[in-house]
Design a protein around this ligand. Sequence first.
Ligand code: 5GP
Ligand code: SF4
Ligand code: MG
Length: 465
Amino acid sequence: CGVFGVIGVADAANFVALGLHALQHRGQEAGGIVSHHPDAGFQSARRFGYVRDNFTSQDVMETLPGPLAIGHVRYSTSGNKGPTAIRDVQPFFGEFAMGGAAIAHNGNITNAEALRRELIERGSIFQSSSDSECIIHLMARSLQRNIPERMEDALRRVEGAFSVVAMTRTKLIGVRDPLGVRPLVLGKVGDGWALSSETCALDIIGAEFVREIEPGEMVVITSKGLESHFPFRRQASRFCIFEHVYFSRPDSILGGRSVYETRENIGRELAKESPVEADLVCPVPDSGTPAAIGFSLESGIPYAMGIIRNQYMGRTFIEPTEQIRNMGVRLKLNVNRALIEGKRVILVDDSVVRGTTSRKIKEMILDAGAKEVHFRIASPPTAWPCFYGVDTPQREKLLAATMSEDEMREHLAVDSLKFISLDGLYRAVGETKGRDKSCPQYCDACFSGEYPVTPADQISHGFEM
Ligand code: 5GP
Ligand code: SF4
Ligand code: MG
């Protein structure tokens, strides 16, 4: 998901709509905005579909007045899968004795089921099936006298990944979980402030990037300025390494690194680790593009757009049902036949998850007359599900959970298949895996199976780490 918030500008909701539009790659199922105006109070709009189709018309934006607003773009990783119910669309809102608060959450709460059960037993009335709603109910049960402190109380009970943007009548609040699994950045826009999942959304509103919200940090911003606290026990951070590989936009800066440059580095590492003779390097667009450029630069094999993407289709994996995902490949990608015919082609993609996309693409490339097909993958084999906010399927459906690299090559029926090593991936982000404790470590659980937060709900359903 993507979260965005602005305080201290006229018509903040317009800024939020623009920010969410720039974060659309993080969630395409639905979006919502809550605003506050001293006269109109809290207002909200929550819709299915793209930001550009819902939050551009005057009719809608006029209903969201005021100098303070937050928003969310949703892609479901918990709660109801398939067609999202409108009740699952964020931001969520709660009325407390001291006033209202709205929250937007990116990440996934790993003890949400246990919390929900406990809260329902004690009388909470849940409105949605989303894990994020727990935060509101935990806040309602807190005895603290102001909303930021109630949020601290609530979030201390929550396990897993959370980057939260919240608002009261007068405050914009941003929090990251102690491991900082999901990104959250701070920007300055005119006399006001912005919070965003990624820096690319600051650019769109002309905000200046100030800094990242730190893992475990809570910032509370009012018209008087910004206060920062660290309400959780301090831990070494574990940022999601897959944000660098796939999830974030290439024009964003994460941890001081250009996502684009990291992806190009990954391609260079891949070319060093797994060279192969061929005529062309082609990306599987768009997610494989920077790595393919890196592979081509390092190997000297010409880069070419052997697969053309229909720009009017979204990210396939974000469509939550398998059936749509299967169709999605042909709706989205087509082979550039004139270029491919008679060639030995290296295809570079970001990941192999179920293998369905990769198989279809290989068939399309062979149908177009390619002589050889070599897959190079910009992440290690995805052998474990993510429980921290990326929608990977159950372990059994992950190709790499049941097959060796050789078996996967056979299954995909390609001439060669190589994944970047985990060490190579760490090199590409400028760090070293494991051995050196002074080096920042990432979450890499979907590749290594080392889960930095015990996925309690999953374990209660029989998941074995
Ligand atoms: P596959 O070949 O595993 O079906 O799909 C891999 C391709 O789809 C990659 O290009 C990747 O961008 C995208 N993809 C498909 N499903 C998922 C998923 O569940 N999670 C992620 N992270 N990417 C996926
Ligand atoms: Fe990111 Fe993978 Fe960790 Fe999920 S399991 S947070 S996708 S690195
Ligand atoms: Mg892709």
